[in-house]
Design a binder for this molecule. Structure first.
Ligand code: NDP
Ligand code: X2W
Length: 346
């Protein structure tokens, strides 16, 4: 049985980790870490866990926690994990960090886009970017997983086969993304008030969203050259879900069948990536509550561009689900263990 501790268990991503780990047959939660609810019953924070979770919230002492668990999930704000992680903790247990602290290999890029000083630059190289379908081999042997961002997961996975196989001109990629408001976390921001989100759609982070360099770095590895993209996220009036629509120029005239073959090559054996049937395009409802990413594409022969769509649940494949998938890989468990939920519809 894998003993797990969660720091930030009282946030949206942490709450989703609790939900998933409770039904995982090979894992048990030993620590519900919090900053504001120490000694309160965990179910008092989220009453959906009433009579399911009897435990109290604990503090956020990573040091003490590392001595009693096999893995710690940090579902905490940017800068938290990197400010506390050290070799002593890493000699005790494995870390899966849901923040962006260890996602990018260049400290300067992190500091520029996040506006905070990185406190453990010496650990960055050791961390593995936990995009499971792409980095499975490296994830297996690492002590630190940098769990990918929600938008980067959806954008990168939906474009990856095209970039890897050189089908598109990688410097023509434009990604337009939409997210439900749980993506912004539980802390109150006036931007996320019901009356400012309901019946409204707004772009944010235009030209400077912090996920831009993360997506660019991953696509650059796939392309074997530097990739820059235009990335524009939008907040939409939904609780959960991300839809990304990406556009790129094809290098040459290409048929549906050729592109389909490329997607099949990479994803036909991937349980969590579903390449939909021809002319059926991903919808957030079809993946809600599940660890699936649905993808599909259409070639616009008139403009010689391809339109690629991806949909997933930001809290599952975009956060807690992928974190559990990473745990499964790190501990040699069945990769799909605890994650085979059928999406909720409607
Ligand atoms: N929401 C999403 O869709 C996704 C989130 N993530 C990442 O996961 C992490 C958590 O996000 P999310 O759940 O949305 O955020 P929330 O704001 O909902 O939760 C934040 C959590 O962090 C805890 N916390 C805050 N400050 C501290 C601190 N100084 N020390 C210890 N714990 C602290 C809070 O504890 P308390 O409540 O007790 O104060 C709470 O449990 C972030 O890094 C985010 O970027 C990644 C992918 C998707
Ligand atoms: C709707 C919304 O605000 N989404 C968040 C992204 C979700 C998230 O928490 O980002 P990470 O995946 O990097 O942790 C944002 O745009 O910053």
């Amino acid at each position: 049985m894998i003993k797990a501790g969660i720091i930030g268990a009282t946030g949206y991503a942490g709450g989703e980790l609790v939900r998933l780990l409770l039904s995982h047959k090979d894992a048990e939660i030993k620590w519900y870490g919090s900053k504001s609810y120490i000694n309160k019953n965990y179910y008092e924070v989220y009453q959906n866990f009433f009579e399911i979770v009897p435990d109290k919230c604990m503090d956020d002492n990573l040091d003490e926690l590392s001595e009693i668990v096999d893995v710690i999930f940090t579902a905490t704000p940017q800068g938290y994990c990197s400010s506390l992680l050290c070799s002593k903790i890493l000699s005790n247990c494995k870390i899966i960090d849901l923040s962006a602290d260890f996602r990018m290999k260049d400290t300067e890029v992190y500091e520029k886009w996040y506006g905070i000083k990185h406190k453990s630059p010496d650990l960055i190289q050791e961390a593995v970017y936990g995009l499971c379908e792409i980095n499975r081999k490296q994830i297996k042997d690492t002590r630190i997983v940098a769990n990918p961002g929600c938008y980067p997961t959806c954008t990168t996975l939906s474009l990856y086969p095209l970039v890897k196989e050189g089908i598109i001109d990688v410097n023509t990629i434009i990604t337009d993304a939409k997210s439900g408001t749980s993506g912004a976390g539980r802390s109150t921001k006036t931007d996320n008030l019901f009356c400012e989100v309901n019946e409204n759609i707004k772009a944010y982070g235009v030209t400077d969203h912090r996920h831009t360099p993360e997506i660019e770095e991953q696509l650059s590895y796939a392309a074997g050259q530097n990739v820059t993209i235009n990335f524009t996220p939008h907040l939409v009036p939904m609780n959960r879900g991300i839809l990304t629509t990406s556009y790129a120029s094809l290098k040459k005239e290409t048929s549906y069948e050729e592109v389909r073959e490329v997607y099949e090559k990479y994803y036909k054996d991937e349980f969590f990536i579903r390449v939909l049937d021809r002319d059926v395009y991903p919808q957030t409802k079809w993946v809600s509550g599940s660890n699936f990413v649905d993808v599909n594409f259409k070639i616009d022969h008139r403009t010689n561009r391809i339109v690629v769509l991806g949909a997933m649940d930001n809290l599952v494949k975009g956060a807690a689900g992928q974190a559990v998938q990473n745990m499964n890989i790190m501990f040699g468990l069945e990769e799909t263990s605890g994650l085979k939920h059928v999406p909720m519809f409607p």
